[in-house]
Each structure stands twice: as structure tokens, then as C-alpha cells.
Design a protein around this ligand. Sequence first.
Ligand SMILES: Cc1cc2nc3c(=O)[nH]c(=O)nc-3n(C[C@H](O)[C@H](O)[C@H](O)COP(=O)(O)O)c2cc1C
Length: 225
Amino acid sequence: MDLMEAVRARHSVRSYLDTPIEAEKADQLRAFIDECNGESGLRIQLILEEPKAFSGFFAHYGMFSGVKNYIALVGEKEDKDLEEKCGYQGEKIVLRAQQLGLNTCWVGLTYRKVPGVIRVREYEKLVCVIALGYGSTQGKARRSKAVKDVVEGTGHPDWFIRGAEAALLAPTAVNQQRFKFTRRSSLVLAKAGRGPYAKVDLGIVKCHFEIGAGKDRFMWDWEMK
Ligand SMILES: Cc1cc2nc3c(=O)[nH]c(=O)nc-3n(C[C@H](O)[C@H](O)[C@H](O)COP(=O)(O)O)c2cc1C
């Protein structure tokens, strides 16, 4: 499964089977997470066989069941790009998990921080987690905005449209899809909307945009307004 196929196949899954993640797959994921941490300076952690974070009230309230594996997105509080980085690196891991035949769901609030499990140093922040495992289903497609709703300007090349289409398949908090893409020649600016976790969403959709458009077709513009 290539990355674009993973983008198309991924849906949020909230109900999981008891099947453990095989040691070999866990090792592959851990190695990939190490790479992501090296690239970004984050301290993303893989937590396996720990059912307490999603039990009792939290499972019920968040409509989750059977979650016992998750990925914790942790980084330095002072980093002004912390949320966006967690979105970008977290979604890379989500798509790698999908390629390994696993399912996922981003989770902002409906989990418990079990003492001594996720390591968060004094100068760090836990941004959110991603539930992980073998889903009892593969999830399903949900409603989505159209390309015209998330793109500014007209007359865009195919690669730009393909990037926006891949972004529309990305997970966003409460499916808000409040991001926008603008282009000047081969410079692309991605803007976060307002709303809960909008900066995390921004990182997630930038990851998808790169896969849809092709990373070598454009550069991210941080200055263009
Ligand atoms: C940052 C973020 C936080 C999220 N938090 C939750 C959550 O707390 N509970 C939940 O059930 N889903 C949560 N979701 C999943 C979204 O509801 C889901 O991605 C969205 O409805 C789109 O559906 P899809 O992922 O199947 O494409 C979150 C997604 C993101 C990106």
C-alpha cells in the first residue's frame, strides 16, 4: 500500500479487537517514531497493552471501546510550532500504521492520563494521543467540504488540486476542515482556521497535501499573506 492508498483507506476507528499488535510491527512503528522524533525534536511515545487510559467513563464518553494501544504526542511547551509539528509527525505515523494494516483515531480529550505511563517532563506538554490497534471495522467515509471551500484563487495546476483533495481526506478535530490553501507560483501557504486543535489540524493536512501534490512540486511559504 503506497501513501496515497493509505490516505484513501484511513478512517477514524473507535472500536478495537483484542488482537495484540505483533512484536515485529511494533518494532517497525517504534523505529519510524524514532525517525520522526529525530527530525522534529518531539518526544512521541508508543504505549502498548495499557487499557486504563480508555476505560470506564472515558471510553463511554468518547465512544471508544477496546483501546489498549496509543501514541502520545509530547514536545517542548516553549516550541511555538508544537501543535503543528505534532499534527504533521503524528499523521505520518497514522499513515504508516495504516500501511501496516492497523487502524487509528486521533483523540484530543476523552482519555485519562494514567500516572507513570506517558513521560511528560516539566518543560514539556502532552498535546494529544492517537488510539491504535486492529479495528473491529475499517471505519467509514464521512461528509467532507469540497476543494473550492478550502482553496483560495483560481486557475490552479493539477498538483495543487490533488494536494487539496488529499487534505480533505485528512482527519480534523470534530471534522471541522477549517484550513485553507493559497498558492503563488510553486509556493503554497497553508492557513489554520479557528477552532479546537486548529494548529494540530494544520500539521495533519500539510502532511496529506504533500502526499497528494508531490513534495518536489512546491515549497511551503511561511511569509506569504
Ligand atoms: C486533533 C484531533 C482531535 C480529535 N479528537 C477526537 C476525540 O477526542 N474523540 C473522537 O471520537 N474523535 C476525535 N477526533 C477524530 C475526528 O472526529 C475525525 O478525524 C473526524 O470526524 C473526521 O473523520 P475521519 O478521521 O474518519 O476522516 C479528533 C481528530 C483530530 C484531528
